[in-house]
Design a protein around this ligand. Structure first.
Ligand SMILES: NC(=O)c1ccc[n+]([C@@H]2O[C@H](COP(=O)([O-])OP(=O)(O)OC[C@H]3O[C@@H](n4cnc5c(N)ncnc54)[C@H](OP(=O)(O)O)[C@@H]3O)[C@@H](O)[C@H]2O)c1
Length: 268
């Protein structure tokens, strides 16, 4: 089955898994894949790669049909640490390769000149299909691009109607870098925005579904974290929602530059 995609063929909807661990994570991943999802997001930091890998194995979906994404934590980004850390992630996932390997944060031992060539080594060896980054500003993307022969296919950042990231989205669009939105429903806060409630009522859907459709219609992939079948299904069904130009314009005007994930080591 074909699923909607954004730049570089990345499925527009993926399953987020932060704070979903153990058997529950395995079950969430299996449920999502069997429902039609073809994109799963994890990270070494989430301590759930083995559970996510078990969900991928348990689902009746061919491995090659799924975009599997994981991330290297910021203390594993020195040139010599990248390859062993990536191999450890793949071992926990029980996969021979991953589709997207992200630099989780440009922080800690990250240095473009050391980290990016090591990611390219993994790419050239066929252990990762694509090089990707997360939480990079346009300036950091440009520097990383200078040190990467392989294209940087995605930048995963916080993005939702309350933090729209216009400048970053423009940069990425011009450079053919997919934007993958994390916290795409602002961890539930979108339900408290009256304009989203009005649009949701008009279409007989939820504010969460409106937010996911808004991202998709802007060419941004989204990886909402959902644990049980009801949320996993509601998010999947957001792909059937088509917002009209008026809805899109209303949401475009809701930006509050309201950042939820803002650790001290972030560059902004
Ligand atoms: N790269 C990074 O630095 C970074 C940072 C943060 C997150 N991420 C990734 O992005 C993913 C998503 O971000 P997030 O987990 O922070 O926030 P989020 O996806 O915006 O929100 C997750 C919350 O929304 C709830 N939810 C999901 N679907 C819903 C629905 N249809 N209706 C009502 N509530 C719903 C979930 O509940 P249930 O769990 O109960 O379903 C959970 O409490 C993460 O899981 C992770 O994979 C990456």
């Amino acid at each position: 089955m074909d699923v909607p995609t954004v730049a570089n063929g990345i499925p527009a909807l993926g399953l987020g898994t932060y704070k979903n661990t153990g058997e529950q994570a395995t079950e969430s991943v299996r449920t999502a894949l069997e429902m039609g999802y073809r994109h799963v997001d994890t990270a070494a930091y989430y301590e759930n790669e083995a559970a996510v890998g078990a969900g991928i194995a348990a689902a009746s979906v061919p491995r090659e049909d799924v975009t599997v994404a994981t991330k290297l934590w910021y203390d594993d980004l020195a040139g010599d640490d990248v390859v062993p850390a990536a191999k450890a992630s793949m071992s926990r996932l029980d996969l021979d390769s991953v589709d997207l390997l992200y630099v989780h944060w440009p922080a800690g031992s990250y240095a473009a000149a050391g980290t990016m060539p090591a990611l390219n080594e993994l790419h050239d060896a066929g252990l990762i299909d694509n090089v990707a980054v997360s939480n990079f500003t346009p300036e950091q993307l440009a520097t990383a691009q200078d040190h990467s022969a392989a294209p940087i296919v995605a930048n995963q950042v916080e993005c939702h109607p309350l933090l729209q990231q216009d400048e970053l989205r423009n940069y990425c669009e011009n450079e053919n870098i997919a934007v993958v939105a994390y916290a795409p429903i602002a961890r539930g806060k979108v339900a408290d925005v009256p304009e989203l409630t009005d649009i949701a009522a008009k279409h007989d859907v939820s504010e969460v579904q409106v937010s996911l459709a808004w991202l998709r219609q802007h060419g941004v992939a989204a990886i909402p974290k959902a644990t049980g079948e009801a949320h996993i299904r509601a998010n999947w069904e957001s792909q059937e929602l088509a917002l009209d130009d008026g809805d899109m314009a209303t949401i475009d005007n809701l930006d509050r530059e309201e950042r939820l994930i803002d650790p001290g080591f972030a560059a902004w």
